[in-house]
Design a protein around this ligand. Structure first.
Ligand code: NAD
Length: 371
């Protein structure tokens, strides 16, 4: 049934997702409200340890963890003693909760740590997720989940065997404008989706970085292409049945091992199509969907903040949130309450099945069917 015009409003969003206080407050210091004289029971926060203190942990996740209400930063795993000292001083992390890659498995004995967040190069995601599971800890693993679908299956199995939850750091799935385009597409508010176009990328020029190395899981497709792929999958709510793909480079001296720009096209069972791209050569950041009776878009669509969009019913009006704080809080609540994850390991696996097919299509120049 079509929704009334102007349904994409802030108020509707608040009602549907019941996030008024939580999502928006995550941008500010958390506040516990109580009447004068009333005792406030301490909220039971889970403890998280970040593994790998590079760009994303340092610039984004550490600061975001200062705004979470259901989880807090209690531990770190790093191979660099100077970083350990800096984090210890900045965030007051006790010595007992600081590990390196050799002592990592001892985290099994640390009751303060409930969740391990794997923020390492992509080639290390499988190993550290499996070791974290074997240590009896719940796992948040960064995107892309692993190097290929086979590794993803091993990670899912390890977490199942250990009885711990596994979730992927797909922050966009927690973002209000993004949740709205998921709803517009999946509920066919403008009729069936016909075409999703999406691009995600930036200019990467660090010659010596692991993102340019194949063995480390580098390349634009692995790094940013998964955002375009996710968009096509969460807007249609379908799994692609076939893919064609092409890789290009304008800097062959830099991109000797991995793709600089990849374009890929997906066919879905309903007949919906997606034309998607990703790049380490240029800044691209938008999504446009054409449905039978309308359209909707996001621009920017994969940034950490400032997501904007509109549909043929008018502009969106949703709150801006701290994506990572909202993501980690909800993941922690799912762990604490034993409820299903919004983005379970299986979601990362579904992407990697398509990514495997994309590489096969680039290699062969053929259309590859996905079983
Ligand atoms: P980075 O290179 O800045 O950090 C990687 C960290 O891993 C560094 O601290 C490095 O010292 C450590 N490391 C440990 N062993 C290493 C080894 N053998 N080789 C190289 N580094 C090693 O990378 P990043 O940008 O922080 O990315 C880390 C992960 O986070 C990646 O999976 C990436 O896709 C993901 N990420 C996600 C987002 C998001 O928005 N969800 C954003 C950025 C990065």
């Amino acid at each position: 049934m079509p929704l009334p015009p102007h349904s994409s409003s802030r108020r509707d969003f608040m009602k549907r997702f019941a996030v008024g206080a939580g999502a928006v407050a995550a941008m500010k210091a958390p506040a516990v409200l109580a009447r004068v004289g009333e005792r406030v029971p301490p909220r039971q926060k889970l403890g998280i340890a970040l593994v790998g203190l590079g760009y994303y942990s340092t610039q984004i996740l550490g600061p975001a963890l200062q705004h979470t209400q259901d989880v807090e930063l209690r531990g770190i795993v790093t191979g660099t003693p100077a970083k350990a000292e800096r984090w210890k001083a900045q965030y007051g992390i006790p010595e007992a909760n600081i590990y390196n890659y050799e002592t990592f498995d001892r985290i099994a004995d640390n009751e303060a740590i409930d969740i391990i967040y794997v923020v390492l190069p992509n080639s290390m995601h499988a190993e550290y997720t499996i070791r974290a599971a074997e240590a009896g800890k719940h796992v948040i693993c960064e995107k892309p989940m692993a190097l290929n679908a086979e590794e993803c299956r091993q990670m899912i199995q390890a977490c199942r065997d250990a009885g711990v939850q596994l979730t992927i750091g797909y922050r966009m799935q927690f973002e209000p404008h993004t949740q709205e385009v998921m709803r517009l597409g999946q509920e066919q508010v403008f009729g069936p989706v016909r075409m999703v176009q999406a691009g995600a990328g930036y200019r990467e020029g660090r010659a010596d970085h692991w993102k340019l190395k194949k063995a480390m899981g580098g390349g634009a497709m692995m790094d940013m292409g998964v955002y375009s792929l996710q968009a096509a999958r969460y807007i249609t709510g379908e799994e692609p049945i076939a893919v064609t793909a092409q890789a290009h480079t304008t800097r062959p001296e830099l991109f000797t091992e991995v793709d600089e720009t990849t374009m890929f096209q997906l066919e879905f069972p309903s007949g919906a199509l997606a034309t998607l791209y990703t790049s380490f050569g240029m800044g691209v950041n938008d999504m446009y969907t054409t449905a039978a009776d309308g359209w909707f878009y996001l621009r920017p669509f994969s940034s950490y903040s400032g997501i904007q969009g509109a549909s043929s019913n008018g502009p969106f009006d949703f709150p801006q949130i701290n994506q990572q704080a909202v993501q980690m809080d909800e993941q922690a609540r799912s762990i604490r309450d034993g409820t299903p994850m919004r983005v379970p390991g299986e979601e990362g696996l579904r992407d990697m099945i398509v990514v495997d097919a994309i590489y096969q299509a680039i290699e062969s120049g053929e259309r590859v069917e996905i079983g």
